[in-house]
Design a protein around this ligand. Structure first.
Ligand code: DGL
Length: 265
């Protein structure tokens, strides 16, 4: 079984791609909605949450973990791999490489949470590409809250997205990388706010392909040809998560609430 987690509903954009690619794999998805958003939290707190969640997912039978959250990947992936050397862990990578390859203007933007944009992982990635492409960091302030409240299309949502993308007007960016897993749910709004010709790059499929490779490499792929029962758990707000699953992803699976023992947090 694959265990996936995010601060909330955003990682479901990765769940959607992963289950399309691997329809026979059972997935347990955990939304840490009691602590969402992660974007304004310290790396230490995010690591503690990620550790507790990983422990829980493994206790439920997960044999491969997908960190369906850029912020948690940035704050915790390295340390989780050190603490669980036997456990294959797939993290989110902002898709800078494909965007840089496709960019004609040599200017790309990475739209992500402030925590991701100031994390070492992003700064290292940016430095790696500095010679070949200009990377504009663009914080998606307010986007996570919109998705968590199920507001994917209101006038208010439109204004929030427009405001955050405003800096693009002063740049010749032609690729916008979605560096937060919540943002694909706002893609229709993002598209309308972008100058024409700008493309959106979402790493969800590349991450799912990496999960598939690791499943095979570790001999963990499911041998069943029956459609599996997916499970969804959350640390808060199970009812609104069910609504989101039903209305946005067409899933009628039940969502249960779980409490995680994280010691001092
Ligand atoms: N989906 C998370 C990410 O990819 C959202 C972060 C947050 O909770 O602020 O970064």
């Amino acid at each position: 079984m694959i265990g996936m987690f995010d601060s909330g509903l955003g990682g479901l954009s990765v769940w959607r791609e992963l289950t399309r690619l691997l329809p026979q794999e059972p997935v347990l998805y955990l939304a840490d909605r009691a602590y969402c958003p992660y974007g304004g939290r310290s790396a230490v707190d995010i690591l503690a949450r990620s550790e507790a969640i990983t422990r829980y997912l493994v206790s439920q039978g997960a044999r491969l973990i997908v960190i369906a959250c850029n912020t948690a990947t940035s704050a915790a992936a390295r340390e989780l791999r050190r603490r669980y050397p036997e456990l294959p862990i797939v993290g989110m990578e902002p898709a800078v490489k494909p965007a840089a390859l496709q960019s004609r203007s040599r200017q790309i933007a990475v739209l992500a949470t402030r925590a991701t944009l100031k994390g070492d992982k992003f700064l290292e990635l940016k430095a790696q590409y500095d010679d070949s492409v200009d990377i504009l960091p663009l914080p998606g302030d307010g986007f996570v809250e919109l998705v968590e409240s199920g507001d994917l299309a209101s006038d208010h949502a439109h204004r929030v997205v427009q405001r955050q993308l405003q800096p693009l007007q002063a740049h010749a960016v032609d690729q916008v990388v979605l560096g937060c897993t919540h943002y694909p749910f706002l893609s229709p709004l993002i598209e309308t706010a972008l100058p024409s010709g700008v493309e959106i790059v979402d790493p969800a499929r590349a991450v799912s392909l990496q999960a598939e490779r690791l499943l095979h490499r570790h001999g963990l792929a499911s041998l069943s040809d029956k459609a599996p029962a997916h499970r969804f758990v959350t640390t808060a707000d199970a009812a609104s998560m069910s609504d989101f699953l039903r209305h946005v992803l067409d899933q009628t699976a039940e969502v249960s609430t779980v409490e995680l023992d994280v010691g001092k947090i």
